[in-house]
Design a protein around this ligand. Structure first.
Ligand SMILES: [Cu+2]
Length: 160
């Protein structure tokens, strides 16, 4: 793990909770884009001290973002689709990574160039349905970092 991932900046934009959310977010990165690409994946590792739900994400890089899951469908083809939230069980590491859960940044406002940095703002909900936001710093990494993007379901294609 890189040293910079331990230096994440946590920015608390709302005060719905008495305390800051008990969330550890590390190794956040965004896949760099090729020319003309409208969407890309964002990834990070999360661990919460209490049950939380990731219900949304924002980034200055993108006009919209979705939480996606990637699964092998009945026909044996791996596809990804949007899910309304991602549960973060207490004291359990949840990895958002290529080939699994990930954040899809959509309608990109600018190319994501390797070596540059951006931010991901995570919208979290606790058991009492209070929401709070945490912003983490993310490195943009080369297009060929780890697995390639698989095809989306036709439903997703309409919005990507
Ligand atoms: Cu996706």
């Amino acid at each position: 793990m890189r040293a910079f991932s331990l230096l994440l900046l946590f920015l608390f934009l709302q005060t719905g909770w008495a305390q800051t959310p008990p969330l550890y977010a590390t190794d956040a990165w965004v896949r760099a884009t090729a020319r003309g690409q409208q969407a890309t994946g964002a990834f990070l590792t999360l661990r919460s001290a209490e049950p939380l739900r990731l219900v949304g994400v924002r980034s200055p890089l993108a006009a919209a973002a979705e939480i996606h899951v990637m699964r092998v469908d009945d026909d044996g083809v791996m596809r990804m689709r949007a899910i309304p939230w991602l549960d973060l069980p207490a004291d359990q590491v949840t990895e958002l990574k290529p080939g699994g859960f990930h954040i899809m940044l959509l309608s990109l406002r600018a190319p994501a160039n390797a070596g540059q940095r951006t931010t991901l703002t995570l919208v979290l909900e606790n058991a009492a349905r209070q929401r709070q936001e945490v912003t983490v710093d993310a490195e943009i990494r080369a297009l060929n970092a780890l697995a390639p993007n698989p095809p989306h379901t036709p439903r997703d294609k309409a919005t990507h």
